[in-house]
Design a protein around this ligand. Structure first.
Ligand SMILES: Cc1ncc(COP(=O)(O)O)c(C=O)c1O
Length: 451
């Protein structure tokens, strides 16, 4: 267990709950009303995961801050779990979105903004052909379909403890014997994912090769660094090794850069000179207006195009009526070219360097057996003394109660962290002052636990 004094933890948490409920009365009233028409009083079930008994209701947000209905100001390091990594309502995106709102929202016809968005992504990722969806989940689903279609193989390989959105065949884990099984708490799987999926540990090239050698594998879907079980960074040579092996066995390699985009305008793919067959993006590329994207190599595109029949292209399982709509495309084109610029990434990462150094210094000062990992403008501390090498190692260090205490301590001091893990994300709008507000909270919270 990451923290031994559970009695003290329970006491500290209870104090924070009392403080939260005393100072968030307007949010409470709105939540009570919401309990009538919505399951758990929230529009989507995971919004019930916030600590404190009910979620904070947002009044308005701009840049790195938002205020709630109780009039409290927050620095937002959660940023909609990456949906708002550009900062809230950046001016250039909002201007383009407003312009498009007055000119029509969706047509089933392309607009020039799509070409600008696709060309920008092609230039940044070195992957030439792009398609657009509404979510990263859809982008993952579609590219996996294409991969199975062109290879004629049925299985995919993913990492143990991966998360790629609500893509059915990725909800699989390794059990203690190393067998692929349905992930714990997998809600209503239509079939056992062991039929569709082979799971391998992160940073394990031998396991990946054993999976590919079955001859059944169409694609390997990876985050180049894991970000959904804490951050797990690739060991030297791992990503290059996967590329070599996937080429050797004719497996399509897909980089899901939905979160790892935090490493730069071309994600880890460009920064680390990698050459996947496909790249997936989503969340923040439209500043939060729903948009996802997948890019394919020239070779993969040719295989796909030559195997599709125009007559049936709308009912093949790749699509979505609103995919590539004019509003999303206007948002993506403006956000990529005017907000998520190379200069913006530089300042985001520089601030994240400060956040990381401050958190590590406090961990060291109080002798907490924890550590921080950083991935460009994203950083996360985990409750173990050394950086995890696999998803399983990261999962074993998880401590939900400890997390809840830290998240609520932060919330009570005007700081929002994601309700999942201990992650902070910097937008182009964040300032040194924002980071220092977190540093102060973190010092107080850690001191209360360990001093
Ligand atoms: C790596 C990764 N890919 C895909 C997704 C799915 O994104 P969305 O829920 O917007 O479809 C997520 C969501 O957290 C993610 O972390």
């Amino acid at each position: 267990m990451a923290y031994q004094d559970r009695e003290k933890l329970a006491r500290l948490f209870a104090n924070e709950v009392e403080l939260f409920q005393r100072t968030h009365l307007a949010s409470r009233l709105k939540h009570d009303k919401a309990l009538g028409p919505m399951m758990s009083g929230v529009p989507m079930s995971w919004m019930a995961k916030w600590p404190g008994g009910y979620p904070v209701y947002v009044e308005s947000a701009k840049g790195s801050h938002f205020s709630d209905v109780d009039g409290i100001d927050y620095v937002d390091f959660c940023l909609g779990d990456t949906g708002a990594m550009v900062g809230h309502s950046p001016e250039a995106s909002v201007a383009a979105i407003k312009r498009q709102l007055d000119r029509g929202i969706t047509f089933m016809l392309p607009t020039e903004a799509a070409t600008i968005a696709a060309q920008t992504l092609a230039d940044r990722f070195g992957v030439p052909k792009w398609q657009f969806t509404l979510t990263a989940t859809d982008a993952n689903r579609h590219i996996l379909r294409y991969a199975r279609h062109v290879t004629g193989r049925s299985k995919i390989v993913v990492h143990d403890y991966c998360y790629h959105g609500t893509v059915d065949e990725t909800f699989a884990n390794l059990d203690d014997a190393g067998t692929t099984v349905s992930r714990q708490n997998n809600i209503g799987p239509q079939i056992d994912p062991a039929h569709t999926t082979i799971v391998v540990p992160f940073n394990d090239l031998d396991a990946a090769e054993r999976a590919f050698a079955t001859g059944d594998v169409a694609a390997m879907l990876i985050e180049p660094a894991m970000t959904n079980i804490g951050i797990v960074l690739p060991e030297s040579g791992y990503l290059e090794g996967l590329r070599e092996l996937t080429r050797k066995y004719g497996v399509i390699l897909i980089h899901d850069e939905t979160h790892t985009l935090s490493e730069g305008p071309g994600g880890m793919t460009a920064r680390r000179h990698l050459h996947p067959d496909a790249v997936v993006l989503g969340k923040t590329i439209g500043a939060g207006i729903p948009a996802g994207a997948f890019g394919m190599s020239a070779e993969l595109t040719e295989r796909v195009v030559s195997s599709l029949h125009l007559e049936h292209i709308d009912v093949g399982g790749v699509g979505g009526t609103l995919a590539g709509n004019a509003l999303s495309m206007a948002a993506v084109a403006a956000t990529l070219t005017q907000v998520l610029t190379p200069e913006a990434f530089e300042s985001m990462e520089a601030l994240c360097d400060v956040w990381t150094a401050d958190v590590q210094a406090i961990i060291d000062e109080y002798g907490a057996p924890w550590q921080v990992s950083q991935l460009g403008c994203r950083a996360e501390y985990s409750f173990r003394a050394t950086a995890p090498v696999t998803g399983r190692e990261a999962a074993d260090a998880d401590d939900f109660e400890l997390q809840q205490y830290l998240h609520l301590h932060a919330l009570n001091r005007g700081i929002l962290m994601t309700p999942f893990h201990n992650m902070a994300l910097m937008s182009p709008a964040h300032t040194l002052e924002d980071v220092k507000r977190h540093t102060e909270h973190f010092r107080d919270a850690v001191k209360a636990l360990f001093a």
